[in-house]
Design a binder for this molecule. Sequence first.
Ligand code: C2R
Length: 175
Amino acid sequence: MSDKNEQSENDRIDVAVMMGSKSDLETMRPASRALEALGLKVEMRVLSAHRTPDETAAFVKEAVRRGVKAFICGAGGAAHLAGAVAAHTTRPVIGVPIAAGSLGGLDALLSTAQMPPGMPVATVAVGGAENAGLLAGQIIALGDEAVAARVEAERLARRKKVLESDAEVRGERKR
Ligand code: C2R
């Protein structure tokens, strides 16, 4: 690989995992874990549509230049981050509402999901960062056989785990 190709490979992002505050980090980690397990390159950023609007917009453009295939945005309260990111790109945006503050995440769920027509944000459950990572993986898998194989393997592992639990519980009942 030439130096230039190597540099652009190091620079590449598959999925940007963004969050409005460092206080969201532990909730958002399962997204990056799920993506890394699928062999995808993740960049995690703390950027806020409210507190750092210019840097948020600049990062979206930078991430697109670096080949990002999907954005995952976690935010709590008046959660506008996912919507603001969607306003700057046509790459898929997945929103993770975060339970922060007095309303248990219902505020973030509604502010993330209730986007105006033409500006979709795929919204997962409150705190559903792992599903956000898996969904981004499934989107990327449409055009990447290696990722598709890992998505299938992940599903199979989950299925096996449930069937093992079932066998265990049934065994207990017979005793
Ligand atoms: P702090 O813990 O920093 O006070 O933040 C964050 O995502 C966090 O859950 C409290 C909550 O505010 C949220 N926040 C947003 C946005 N920026 C920060 N909803 C945004 O741009 O939407």
